[in-house]
Design a binder for this molecule. Structure first.
Ligand SMILES: NC(=O)c1ccc[n+]([C@@H]2O[C@H](COP(=O)([O-])OP(=O)(O)OC[C@H]3O[C@@H](n4cnc5c(N)ncnc54)[C@H](O)[C@@H]3O)[C@@H](O)[C@H]2O)c1
Length: 322
C-alpha cells in the first residue's frame, strides 16, 4: 500500500505516518514546515527505508504537478490551525486551507481515495445557538454564528472543503472520506491546545493555576485513537462519500476537572484560579460516534487518564516546542 500524507509532519500527520509505516505502507510526507517540525521524531521516521519526506508548499499547484500518482490513500491534513493563528490572521487561514484543498481536487486521479481532515467547528455555532444537540451527529446543520468573527474563518474554510470533496469525488470518480476531528490531543501537538498548555504550566510550577473556561465541557480523543479511526475509515468501502465524526465519547469532562487531572499527574498542588472562557469558544462539545462505529467497529481505547499521563510525560521531557 502507498499513502501520501499532505501536512504529514504536523501533529496528527506524524502519528499517522508512524502507524502506516508499522503496518507496512510506503509513505510520502509533504509539508512546508510552517507548523510541522524537523525534529528528532521526524528524523527517526525519515530514516525508515519506506518513507520519503518532501518540503513543499501545497498552496502552489506546481507542488502537486511534481508528485507521482498511483496512491492507494491520500490524507489531506495540511491546514493553518489553532485559535491563535485564526485570531491573528484569518485571511491566511481561509487562503491556505482553501488552496491546499482546491489544488488537491484538481490533481487527484480516479481510483485514488482521499481523507479530508475537517473539524467539529463547522457546527459549533449551532451548539451555542441551542439548535444542535450534544452529543452531536453528522447530519446536524452546519452553522457559523458570525461570519465576520475571525475564529469562524477556520470553520468556513473546512466547510467549503467538505462540500468540495464530496461533490467533486462523485463527479470525478474518486473516493472521498470527510473526517471531523473532535479535540484530538497527544504528544508533539504544539503548545496552543488545552492539554499541552496546561501540562507546560504545571511543569513550570504556576501558582495560582489559571483555568480559563473551567465550566466548559469537552470529550478529548487521544491521537492513537484518532489514527485508528482514520485507518479503519480508509479501509471501509462504505465510508466513501460520507462525513464521519472522529473522537472519544466515553469520558466527557469539564475543563476544571481536566485541570485537576493534569495537576494530579504532575504531582502539583497549586491554588486553582478559574477565569472566563476565550470569546466564541463553544460551551460543550462531544461527538455522536454511531456512524463511525457502524462503518468500522471503532471503539476508543485510550482513557483520559492514560492519555494525559503520556502527554504530560512527553511535555515534561521535551518542554515547549519551538
Ligand atoms: N488536532 C485536532 O484536534 C484537530 C481538530 C479538528 C481538525 N483538525 C484538522 O486535522 C488536520 C491536522 O491537524 P493537526 O492538529 O495535525 O495540525 P498541525 O498544524 O500539527 O498539522 C498541519 C500541518 O500542515 C502543514 N502545512 C500548513 N500549511 C501548509 C502548506 N501550505 N503546504 C504544506 N504543508 C502545510 C503544517 O506545517 C503542519 O505540519 C488539520 O487539517 C486540522 O484542521 C485537527
Amino acid at each position: 500500500m502507498r499513502a501520501l500524507l499532505l501536512g504529514g509532519a504536523g501533529f496528527i500527520g506524524l502519528h499517522l505516518a508512524r502507524r502506516l509505516v508499522a503496518d507496512g505502507y510506503e509513505i510520502t510526507v509533504v509539508d512546508d514546515f510552517s507548523r510541522g517540525r524537523e525534529d528528532a521524531d521526524l528524523n527517526e521516521l525519515r530514516a525508515h527505508p519506506s518513507v520519503r519526506v518532501l518540503s513543499a508548499d501545497l498552496t502552489d499547484a506546481a507542488t502537486y504537478a511534481r508528485l507521482p500518482h498511483g496512491w492507494d490513500q491520500i490524507y489531506l491534513l495540511a491546514a493553518v490551525v489553532g485559535v491563535r493563528n485564526v485570531e491573528q490572521d484569518p485571511a491566511r487561514v481561509v487562503r491556505v486551507n482553501t488552496l491546499v484543498a482546491m489544488h488537491l481536487l484538481d490533481w487527484v486521479a480516479p481510483g485514488e481515495r482521499v481523507f479530508f481532515a475537517s473539524t467539529s467547528e463547522v457546527y459549533a455555532g449551532g451548539v451555542d445557538a441551542g439548535v444542535v444537540a450534544v452529543p452531536t451527529a453528522e447530519d446536524v446543520p452546519a452553522m457559523v454564528s458570525d461570519v465576520t468573527a475571525p475564529r469562524f474563518a477556520y470553520a468556513v474554510s473546512k466547510l467549503l472543503g467538505e462540500a468540495a470533496f464530496l461533490h467533486t469525488a462523485r463527479a470525478r470518480g474518486f473516493d472521498a472520506v470527510v473526517g471531523r476531528f473532535h479535540n484530538v490531543y497527544g504528544p508533539r501537538m504544539g503548545a496552543d491546545h488545552v492539554i499541552p498548555e496546561m501540562a507546560l504550566r504545571a511543569v513550570s510550577g504556576e501558582d495560582p493555576f489559571r483555568v480559563p473556561g473551567a465550566d466548559q465541557f469537552r470529550a478529548f480523543c487521544h491521537v492513537g485513537d484518532a489514527v485508528e479511526a482514520m485507518v479503519r475509515l480508509m479501509a471501509a468501502p462504505g465510508a466513501a462519500g460520507q462525513i464521519v465524526h472522529i473522537g472519544n465519547d466515553r469520558e466527557e469532562t469539564n475543563i476544571g476537572d481536566l485541570a485537576k487531572l493534569v495537576l494530579r499527574v504532575a504531582e502539583a498542588g497549586p491554588a486553582i484560579e478559574p477565569s472566563p472562557a476565550p470569546p466564541g469558544s463553544v460551551h460543550r462539545r462531544c461527538p455522536d460516534l454511531s456512524r463511525l462505529r457502524g462503518l468500522t467497529g471503532y471503539e476508543p481505547a485510550v482513557t483520559l487518564e492514560e492519555g494525559v499521563r503520556s502527554t504530560f510525560a512527553w511535555y515534561r521531557e521535551h518542554g515547549r516546542p519551538s
